[in-house]
Design a protein. Structure first.
Length: 348
């Protein structure tokens, strides 16, 4: 008996397997640049292998983190400037890992779109590889999902998954006490949180993404797409030097919500808002929206993307180490023996 054939293909349904294969081949050189000790196999298999002993660990504890880029993607999609969002994706994951005291080891990405545009997808994933290089972890796998009918034309979404490790007993936070000094590391702008509000404020301003940025060189879209800063390497240097009791990645919730996450429940902090000058992007956002200082502090990083809680005796040495590693460091306060964050000085 002969079975009738209708000639339909998967491509007729909107999924181009050949384009997916072409993308894998295109990104292999970028992934290869991220290879590090411990990688056993990478792209192409049903899974990726990593050897913890090969990475130098004796009695390791694994740490995992996952995150996305949020509605910052909307600006990238609308402007076509997609090269930096891969760095954002990696940074949001690995900056969290290092707060646990872990070294990021490998990264996997999930890229989903309605119709796969190989050139654009390659630019995005090459950005992911750049973020992995900058944080010392390997891009060893991922998933590219072409899902017609699920996303509007040109839209895409990103998610990332990072795995790190530390030797047993080296997890953070550990040993936080009253009198510990807070060392803030400067951010590179808004990073990847609060963009639903950012987009609303830009809409209120009447400016388009291609307008001249009011506080910096370049267009408004370009400047707002500045990638999240990668803190992994200098933070790990500081941890290994000794005296670091905790690290707080300043993401959604700002300074007000994130620092307490690494403090004992019965402790708080005193922060001097005069310790740093809030960058122009935040001044513009605050002015455009008529935002109160308290709202800024619990929404945005306000110019501080990572806080190290360090022993007072080690503070000056760590400040020097971090500065020599390329960070702008603010001595912004200290830990107190009363719960809650108290601010002094003025941000706006």
């Amino acid at each position: 008996m002969t079975n009738p054939k209708n000639g339909m293909t998967y491509a007729d349904a909107g999924v181009d397997i050949d384009a997916g294969n072409a993308l894998v081949e295109r990104i292999k050189p970028a992934a290869k640049r991220t290879k590090r000790p411990g990688v056993m196999s990478g792209l192409g298999g049903f899974g990726a292998l990593f050897d913890l002993k090969g990475a130098g660990y004796v009695d390791p504890i694994l740490v995992a983190a996952t995150d996305g880029v949020g509605t910052k993607l909307r600006i990238a999609i609308d402007t076509g400037n997609v090269d930096g969002v891969g760095v954002d994706l990696v940074a949001m994951c690995v900056n969290d890992l290092v707060c646990q005291g872990a070294e990021p080891l490998f990264f996997l990405d999930y890229f989903a779109t309605g119709k796969l545009e190989t050139e654009e997808a390659a630019r995005i994933i090459e950005g992911i590889a750049k973020g992995c290089e900058g944080s010392g972890c390997a891009l060893i796998g991922g998933e590219t999902a072409e899902m017609p009918g699920m996303y509007s034309d040109g839209d895409f979404d990103l998610a990332g998954f990072a795995v790190g490790a530390m030797e047993r007993g080296q997890d953070l936070p550990n040993g936080v006490k009253a009198g510990d000094v807070l060392l803030g590391l400067a951010s590179d702008g808004v990073h990847s949180n609060g963009y639903s509000l950012v987009r609303k404020l830009v809409q209120m301003s009447g400016l388009g993404w291609d307008a001249q940025c009011p506080w910096a060189e370049g267009t408004l879209g370009e400047v707002l797409l500045t990638p999240t800063r990668l803190y992994v390497k200098p933070a790990l240097q500081a941890v290994r030097a000794g005296g670091v009791h905790a690290l707080a990645h300043i993401t959604g919730g700002g300074l007000t919500e994130n620092l307490p996450r690494v403090l004992p429940e019965d402790m708080g902090a005193e922060i001097s808002l005069d310790a740093w000058d809030m960058p122009g992007v935040f001044k513009w956002l605050a002015k455009t929206g008529g935002m109160a200082e308290a709202e800024m502090l619990k929404t945005f990083n306000c110019g501080v993307g990572m806080i190290l809680v360090v022993d007072a005796d080690a503070a000056q040495g760590l400040k020097t180490l971090l500065s020599e590693a390329g960070e702008t460091v603010y001595e912004m306060g200290y830990v107190t023996d009363a719960a809650g964050i108290e601010y002094s000085g003025q941000l706006l």
